[in-house]
Write a protein of this length. Structure first.
Length: 279
């Protein structure tokens, strides 16, 4: 599933997003071993996305919840030649495996680490030469990944991990780590827009996620804010994740009241990036 996003102000004017590729060496690749129908049945009953929509040579964002609807892991699923791989931040691997362990024997599936290098790419949306599998995009940029056969594969490092983090923040794609486990439900960090299917069958935590979604009671919105580095951050902002320092700017995630966003009741010095879902 791909989504479009609305920028309040063009990021190209700030020159904060850099295009190119990098080695995502803080991510691991896992492979689901077993009959493809068993793997898909296992995942369909546990993860938030609809695995039936994942076609060969495509990528899909997803996450794993507990029974109370709190996020346990966030990852990218990739289907290649009727085999399914999981690209996941390394600090989440143990919890991911532990959460699924009790179901593996029933489905006759195993999860194994792969010696596959992960290449990340940030490209302009109209770049026809861009390679890899796109998993996230807005009207101007796309984020893609590519699995390389050997973890020792040479990846031209045009960009650093900081560039990757900045691009994800500016596209309002929260990079989940082990410090975030049990802290958020999908709707609290926009995962309901990019990682959750509301038309598939049941999965762990589904009842709570669906109830919150259909009640529509979110009065606060998860956004990205950009401020000059020499400007202090308002202590009233609750920061989620890292504050990134990049090209004389501070970039961070927080929640803002929807009324303030709609009525422009915020300081003009703030550059605010807000996600707008479009099916």
């Amino acid at each position: 599933m791909l989504f479009n996003y609305l920028f309040y102000k063009k990021l190209t004017q700030l020159n904060l997003i850099k295009t190119g590729s990098l080695s995502l060496n803080t991510y691991k690749t896992l492979k689901f071993e077993g009959a493809i129908e068993n793997v898909e049945s296992l995942l369909q009953g546990q993860i938030t996305s609809d695995i039936s929509e994942l076609a060969n040579n495509n990528a899909q964002l997803s996450c794993l919840l507990d029974h109370k609807g709190f996020i346990q892991a966030d990852f990218i699923l990739i289907k290649l030649n009727d085999e399914i791989y999981c690209v996941i931040e390394e600090s989440l691997v143990n919890n991911f495996n532990n959460q699924l362990e009790e179901f593996l024997k029933f489905y006759r599936v195993t999860i194994n680490s792969c010696k596959l290098a992960v290449k990340g790419m940030i490209n302009n949306i109209n770049d026809e030469k861009s390679e890899g599998l796109t998993f996230f995009k807005n009207k101007e940029y796309r984020l893609s990944i590519l699995l390389l056969i050997s973890e020792n594969s040479s990846i031209e490092k045009e960009l650093s991990l900081l560039h990757w983090k900045v691009a994800n923040k500016l596209l309002v794609n929260y990079l989940f780590t082990s410090e975030d486990i049990n802290q958020y439900r999908p709707n609290e960090i926009n995962y309901d827009k990019s990682r959750v299917s509301f038309t598939k069958g049941c999965y762990r935590g589904q009842e709570i996620v669906a109830r919150v979604h259909h009640l529509g009671v979110n009065r606060r919105e998860f956004v990205t804010i950009i401020t000059p580095s020499d400007q202090s951050i308002d202590s009233n902002f609750k920061i989620h994740g890292e504050i990134l320092e990049f090209l004389n700017h501070q970039i961070f995630n927080t929640h803002l009241k929807r009324d303030d966003l709609e009525n422009s009741n915020l300081p003009s010095s703030l550059e605010i990036i807000r996600m707008e879902y479009s099916s």
